[in-house]
Write a protein that binds this ligand. Structure first.
Ligand SMILES: *[C@@H]1O[C@H](CO)[C@@H](O)[C@H](O)[C@H]1NC(C)=O
Length: 472
């Protein structure tokens, strides 16, 4: 028995000494003189072979050639190179909780349309592991508040507990319809999806602001600033937009509304405040208006001139006019308080990813990412350290969320352009690129971790790629 085992080991050693690639060239100065390069390579190779498929970490009892020489390379199992693509999509394939030899067919009731949109939940990549809270919320699952003149539906921690730093509202106003004069404790950032919206506000110094915000453009009201939103008829259907708030607990139903306030103060107090008789206030609504039809807005320049002047920094920003950066696999443009000065708590990027291309592996140092998918389909794997990783699939109208520092990518899994917004509760936009990191530290250090060839090391790009092209 002993005889057989040592024979087998010898065989393995001989075999790998023969077939193993030459040890990494001149730079492999860490190999100690007393360690034969071929033996060193063969040990690491045979361990990885024997461990492949088991998924169990192998404790290295591999022989070191001499007692006091430092091991030249660590020995460990290597990753599985089997692709883990999504196994079907909305347009083709039949959902089944099966990947390779794992899983089994469905027998019970099942919501197939949802499976078709989430192939990586029903049959996750084998690289997914552990537990990460849900990071997908389709606005389609939000309760909608229908009003005469429009509607609003929201996402916050109540429906998406992972999303603690930001929350959102998707709002629709018919031409002329108004989101009533109001304010709230959080800042409000907005992106216009369709149509044009006239916004009004004043600041605490009595400076005012009235502007009409175009499709793809933004507005931002700091916390507590009173404002209104009204759709123009430039688009005969009116407008639709998404609002993002800099807290996860915001609720659209708990804002400070003009009518709600006046309906809850004694009428004589209102009259005294304005120096009028009480009858002046006979038409104040008893209940909040929230969203309601109204006369179309006048041109912006018809607004009163404030003796205090206009606000120091505009509350809207022509993001649609910002020139995008063309990238190998798509494009990106960024907006934060360096250009949209008033937007001190929200930074954003609008990203396009062409079919097969990918928003590269990266993370945001401290900022959580709230994302909105605008067109196309994509998937994201969130890496949360301690072996935790989970993959989510997204369609247009879905919200995604990635907590700060967690590594991720966004891959276009469809046949059309993927376009999405990345939004951060931050004064400035920032990310760290995995490729750029590895390119800008000593190559030998990277090689020691990942065993890359000298060619692969030399090919690492020192500039941030942001969106990488498909490999052909
Ligand atoms: C993309 O096109 C291919 C070939 O026509 C099709 O099999 C696949 O289902 C399409 N993917 C999506 C997401 O529609």
């Amino acid at each position: 028995m002993i005889h057989f085992t040592s024979c087998f080991c010898a065989l393995l050693l001989a075999r790998f000494a023969f077939t193993a690639p030459a040890p990494p060239g001149s730079s492999s100065g860490t190999l100690s003189a007393s360690t034969s390069p071929s033996a060193s390579v063969s040990v690491s190779q045979s361990v990885s072979m024997s461990a492949s498929g088991s998924g169990e970490p192998v404790s290295s009892s591999a022989p070191t050639s001499t007692a006091d020489a430092p091991a030249s390379t660590a020995t460990f199992p290597t990753i599985d190179l089997e692709p883990n693509n999504p196994l079907w999509n909305e347009n083709s394939g039949t959902p089944a909780p099966i990947r390779g030899t794992l899983g089994s067919v469905l027998l019970g009731p099942d919501n197939l349309p949802i499976d078709k949109q989430n192939p990586d939940l029903l049959a996750p990549p084998t690289t997914d592991h552990g537990s990460i809270a849900n990071a997908k919320w389709p606005f389609s699952l939000s309760h909608n508040r229908l009003q005469d003149g429009g509607w609003a539906r929201q996402e916050n921690v109540n429906v998406m507990p992972i999303a603690t730093q930001m929350s959102s509202v998707n709002m629709r106003l018919e031409a002329g319809a108004v989101r009533e004069l109001h304010w709230h404790k959080t800042a409000e950032w907005a992106y216009v999806l369709k149509g044009r919206v006239q916004v009004t506000a004043i600041d605490p110094q009595g400076k005012n602001y009235v502007a009409t915000v175009d499709e793809g453009d933004l507005w931002y009201f700091p916390a507590g600033i009173p404002h209104s939103l009204q759709a123009t008829d430039d688009n005969k259907e009116g407008a639709e937009f998404v609002l993002v708030f800099d807290t996860g607990t915001f609720s659209e139903d708990s804002t400070f509304l003009l009518t709600d306030w006046l309906a809850h103060i004694p009428a004589e107090v209102i009259a005294k405040n304005f120096g009028t008789d009480i009858q002046t206030w006979a038409n104040v609504p008893e209940e909040e208006l929230y969203i309601f039809p109204a006369t179309l807005p006048e041109a912006d320049d018809q607004a009163p001139k404030s003796p205090q002047g206009v606000v120091d920094n505009p509350y809207s920003f022509a993001f649609s006019k910002v020139k995008e950066n063309k990238l190998a696999g798509g494009s990106v443009k960024v907006v934060d308080s360096s250009t949209f000065k008033i937007s001190k708590t929200i930074a954003a990027a609008e990203v396009t990813v062409e079919p097969g291309a990918m928003r590269e592996l990266h993370w945001h140092p401290t900022e959580d990412e709230w994302s909105l998918f605008l067109e196309g389909t994509g998937r994201v794997t969130i890496f949360a350290a301690q072996s935790n990783a989970r993959t989510f699939d997204y369609q247009a109208g879905d919200i995604g969320y990635v907590p700060g520092s967690m590594g991720h990518y966004v891959e276009n899994t469809g046949n059309t352009t993927l376009r999405f917004l990345e939004i951060f509760r931050s004064e400035k936009y920032e990310d760290v690129s995995l490729m750029q990191w590895l390119a800008l530290i000593p190559a030998q250090l990277v090689k020691s971790h990942l065993g890359l060839s000298d060619k692969a090391l030399a090919d690492l790009k020192k500039e941030k790629q942001t969106v990488v092209a498909p490999v052909h």
